[in-house]
Structure formats: structure tokens, C-alpha cells
Design a protein. Structure first.
Lengths: 293, 144
């Protein structure tokens, strides 16, 4: 049976925790709105880009001279998994879910006899995968100092990946991130970026009737756009991830705040009961003392 | 004169979306002016100044990299980086110039036997200088 003072201390400490989780929830809510706005604003670019890419890929992709970024290296032996997670924790299952999906894919590929290489973006994913798959790590991108993800950040990552591709380090690259559905649900997603795959919704938009003039030439435009397409895919994944992270943190902190409230209620009842017990005890002592006289 | 729809979008935001009379695009192979009813085309961009005429007024944007799509509805410019002319300062230009210069240097190191990428990077650098003088800002003369 804890003493009254112990109980009081515990109640105070849970109250302090609740204050912190409440504050974190509100910060996450504000950040979520900003992240969603950023994702919203990048959408027109991504959509138009993908529509044009889809048109180009369907007309130029079939030829033998198609760039390797589109047609692939002709082999699928070495896979690069780009695992994009958050830099911070305390956001529920967000980081764990992405890492889990990537781990499952890595295990599947290795069981099929393929070579797996891993590039991590975000500290938490690296920590989560280090124990099992640390030997497959080929690089890490640190975005700790980045307050707001910008396109040049995505370009930097794309450049890194493209450099490795040119060196022949891998054949297929896949990015792992969490797609933002709503505040309580984020879906871990795998998307292949090399060879570039046109998202199905963009492919459906292609207007086969329009014949475009290409300047300088169709091949040159395609060669120019492919690296940008990869940067764009990474950028939109980073933005989705940003929104998902804040959404996950918001609901995790909301739960934590509610749990702390429940705990405080329980502890308060316990505190009041034991205080009453002490008082009753004292009364009994006084009364029995008075009777004995 | 008939108007067409003009959109200027960068990855981070949409800068403009309104009807326009004519749009001058700094294409890789040279400038071109688009008016309503232009044949469908896709062109890549070089760093330069994009001029948009709407309601008798001309708006100017500085764009680097990306492409423009012209179709029956109008013009969509997807620029990797886009700024309004008034936002373009000497520091920004210096920054871009430096980036292009670095690209030229790395290209020169990495592709010693193949002139293609080096020439491309040199052209990019030259375009930066031309863009600078077009908007009245100066860059160093490139040392090619």
C-alpha cells in the first residue's frame, strides 16, 4: 500500500506527462495542417508531370533505344530499397510500419536469391533496421536539420540514387514511405522508381489523340525528364511522409493524453480512499482511547 | 484576341493560373512565343525569362529547368524553379550561377572522353550568364 505522499507524487508526475503529450498533440496538429498544405500545393505539378511522362513513356518506351531509367538494365538481380521514415519518434506505429514493410520485402527478395541494398532516409528507419539488416546499408540521408522539406532536398536524394544507378550498383530501386489517408490512418507504401513506372491513375489520363511536337526531340525530352521524374516521385513521397508523420503523432499523443487522464482519475480515487482510511483509523483510535478511560 | 489558359507550376507551389494572350518561353532550342491555337508541343526549358501577356500587361518570371506543355487548352509550364522577376536578386543569381559552375566542373572531371555532358553543362552555364544580363544583373564571366 503506497503512502499518501507517494500517491500525491505519482498523480503530479502523471499530470506533468499529460501536459507534455497535450502540448505535443497541439504542435503536431499545427504542423499537420502545414504539411497537408505543402502536399496539396505540390499536387498540380506532380499530376501534370506524370501525365506528360505517361504519354512519353507509352510512345517512346517501347523502342530499343529507350533510356535505361525507363526500360531497366535488363536484370533484376540487385535491388535498392530506399526506406523513408521520420527523424523523430513518438509518433505511434509510423516508423515501425514502414520499417516492417521494407523488412518483409528484403526478406522476400533475399529468399528469392536477390541482392538487397538499403538506403535510409530519416534516422528512425535506420535505427529500426540496423540490427537485422545493418550489413545491407549503403548510405543514409540525414534530414534532421531540414525544417520544411523542399524540392532541392528531394533532388539531392535523387542525385545520390541516380549516381549509384550510373555506377551499376543496382538494377531496381523502390521507395518505402507512408501514404497519408487521414489523421488516423497512414498506409505504408512501396513504389518502384527505377525503372520508372508510370502511376496507373496518370496512365489513364493520357489523351492518345493529341500528337505533340517535341523540342529538341522526343528522346532528348524523355532523357531530360526521367531524372526529374524520379526527383518528383521522391519529393511527393517526402511530403506524404511528412503529413503522415504528423498525423500519426497527433493521434498517438491524443491517445496518450487520454490514457494519462484515465490514470489520474484512478490514482485520485485511490488517494481519496487511502486518505479516508487514515482518517477513519485515527477516529477509531481516539474513540477507543476515550472509551478506555 | 482569343485567350488561352496559362499555368505556371513549380514542385512547391502553383505560381500562376489565369488566361493569357501570349506566352514567351525560353526553350532549349530557342525562345518561342505561344498564342491561342498553337499546335500541341512539349519543349524543355533553359534558364531564362518567361514573359506572359494578359489583359495588356506583361508579367515576367525567372525559370530554370523543367518543361512546357502546349495543348489545345493552353500552356502549362512546369519549372523546377520559378520566381517572379522582382524576387530575383543578385544573391539568388549568384547562387544559381555557382550551382551551374559546380555542375560544369564535375561534368568535366567525370566525362573526360565524352564531350556530350560537358557541353550541356557549359551551355547551362552560358544560359545563366545570358539570363543574368537579360534581367540586368551581372555574373562572373565563366572560365570555360
Amino acid at each position: 500500500m503506497p503512502s499518501l505522499k507517494d500517491l500525491k507524487n505519482r498523480i503530479q508526475s502523471v499530470k506533468n506527462t499529460r501536459k507534455i503529450t497535450k502540448a505535443m498533440q497541439m504542435v503536431a496538429a499545427a504542423k499537420l495542417r502545414r504539411a497537408q498544405e505543402a502536399a496539396e500545393q505540390s499536387r498540380p505539378y506532380t499530376e501534370r508531370f506524370n501525365t506528360v511522362m505517361a504519354g512519353l513513356a507509352s510512345s517512346a518506351g517501347g523502342s530499343d533505344s529507350a533510356p535505361k531509367l525507363l526500360s531497366g538494365t535488363g536484370s533484376d538481380q540487385t535491388h535498392l530499397l530506399v526506406v523513408m521514415t521520420a527523424e523523430r519518434g513518438l509518433c505511434g506505429g509510423f516508423n515501425a510500419n514502414i520499417a516492417k514493410k521494407a523488412k518483409a520485402r528484403a526478406a522476400e527478395l533475399e529468399a528469392a536469391g536477390k541482392t538487397v541494398k538499403i538506403l535510409t532516409v530519416g534516422k528512425k528507419g535506420r535505427d529500426a533496421m540496423k540490427r537485422d539488416l545493418g550489413s545491407r546499408f549503403v548510405g543514409h540521408v540525414d534530414l534532421t536539420d531540414v525544417k520544411r522539406v523542399s524540392y532541392p532536398d528531394a533532388q539531392g536524394i535523387a542525385k545520390d540514387i541516380l549516381g549509384r544507378f550510373d555506377e551499376g550498383e543496382f538494377d531496381i530501386a523502390t521507395i518505402f514511405y507512408a501514404k497519408f489517408v487521414n489523421v488516423v490512418s497512414q498506409t505504408p507504401t512501396a513504389q518502384q522508381i527505377i525503372p520508372f513506372e508510370v502511376p496507373p491513375e496518370a496512365a489513364a489520363d493520357v489523351d492518345g489523340g493529341t500528337l505533340y511536337d517535341y523540342e529538341p526531340s522526343e528522346e532528348a525530352v524523355l532523357a531530360d525528364l526521367l531524372p526529374r521524374a524520379i526527383a518528383t516521385a521522391i519529393f511527393s513521397a517526402l511530403l506524404e511522409n511528412g503529413a503522415s508523420e504528423q498525423g500519426a503523432r497527433m493521434s498517438a499523443m491524443d491517445n496518450a493524453t487520454r490514457n494519462a487522464g484515465d490514470m489520474i482519475d484512478k490514482l485520485t480515487i485511490q488517494y481519496n480512499r487511502s486518505r479516508q482510511a487514515v482518517i477513519t483509523n485515527e477516529l477509531i483510535e481516539i474513540i477507543s482511547g476515550a472509551e478506555a478511560l | 484576341m482569343a485567350d488561352m489558359q496559362f499555368d505556371l507550376v513549380s514542385p512547391e507551389r502553383s505560381l500562376a493560373s489565369h488566361p493569357a494572350t501570349s506566352v514567351s518561353i525560353p526553350g532549349t532550342d530557342g525562345d518561342m512565343t505561344i498564342m491561342a491555337g498553337h499546335a500541341p508541343a512539349i519543349t524543355t526549358l533553359r534558364p531564362g525569362v518567361l514573359r506572359v501577356e494578359a489583359d495588356g500587361k506583361t508579367a515576367e518570371y525567372v525559370v530554370t529547368g523543367g518543361f512546357a506543355e502546349i495543348n489545345g487548352d493552353g500552356v502549362t509550364v512546369l519549372a523546377e524553379r520559378a520566381l517572379t522577376r522582382s524576387d530575383m536578386t543578385q544573391e539568388r543569381l549568384d547562387e544559381m550561377y555557382k550551382e551551374a559552375e559546380n555542375m560544369y566542373k564535375t561534368a568535366k572531371e567525370n566525362w573526360q572522353n565524352e564531350p556530350g555532358p560537358v557541353d550541356d553543362a557549359a551551355k547551362l552555364l552560358g544560359d545563366m550568364v545570358a539570363m543574368g544580363s537579360e534581367i540586368g544583373l551581372s555574373t562572373k564571366q565563366p572560365n570555360l
